[in-house]
Design a protein around this ligand. Sequence first.
Ligand code: ATP
Ligand code: LTN
Length: 336
Amino acid sequence: MKECIYLNRIFSGIQPTRVAHLGNYLGALKHFVDYQEAENTESFFCVVDLHALTVRQDPKELHERTLDLIATYLAIGLDPNKANLFVQSHVPAHSEAAWLLTTISRMGEMSRMTQFKDKSKGSSETAGVGLFSYPILMAGDILLYQTSQVPVGEDQKQHLELARDLAERFNRDYGDIFTIPEPMINKVGARIMGLDQPEKKMSKSAESEFNYITLLDTPKQIEKKLKRAVTDSENEIRFDPENKPGVSNLLTIESVITGQSISELEQHYQGMGYGALKKELIEVVTDHLRPIQERYQEIRYSDELFHTLRKGAARANEVAGETLAKMKKAMGLIQL
Ligand code: ATP
Ligand code: LTN
């Protein structure tokens, strides 16, 4: 890959905690596959294992989930010859940049991060410091690659704003080093809701497995979960997230997977009931996930996985190392 031909860089990361769910896929992962094709753009898709450590992980589980997620990247169609796929801890610059950026971060702005408030559930005395400062690590992830665009789901918007603020502050205080990143949040699918609780986003950390469909769920599990998905007491298929969050969520899922617009789907379902919507959606989701799951089984235990990781890490270290060196120099640290 020749650096000079790239004008833009795209970076995104996913945590290797549990198997990716439809929310991760429709809000972020699925779009990565399109972005790797963008002209004059180099993309970096990272498995952010250091982020996962912000909550207690079983080491064996973390190890396996990290490999699972790289296999998922490949299975959905990410191509190591088009995009750089790598694991965060293979690039030490991420940890170093996080410290340098910590020194310019403010308690006030960090205390306003809503994800920390949610995840620490108000118990800030016992919540980990890593959970609190993790948006700084995330800012480093992005800034190290001189990223111009960051495809993420809606929930990451505030973290992106912090990354922009830190980049601007660093550029102002130490010299113009960082590209200011922009979020790329798709209109449809940026916030897939929990199947059992459609007022809240679908989440890996949800208590019930009926909240989400994972990319590795069997056809039986998909059927069971969608049949149980919460709707409402009417029987009219209409997109109205405020009053009909469950039905609207199912329409959104079908829309992002099939590429049909929401209004096309509303038309299609006119006069039909929720049973018909669920039946069709079960088929759509199962058919869409089948080839992904087949490819996943082929590569999960193959050499391709480690080959991909080594290639991705080599390029990521090159780019991130260059930015880190600039940061250190600008801050007055001695380089040998
Ligand atoms: P948790 O669900 O436990 O909060 P997470 O799934 O949000 O974890 P990640 O795996 O790091 O954490 O998320 C990866 C990507 O998926 C991010 O870009 C995030 O914005 C997106 N994402 C997560 N949940 C949803 C959702 N329900 N709808 C759309 N996008 C989502
Ligand atoms: N914080 C994100 C994951 C993440 C990320 C990133 C996303 C870590 N670093 C850099 C985009 C860019 C999350 O929890 N979903």
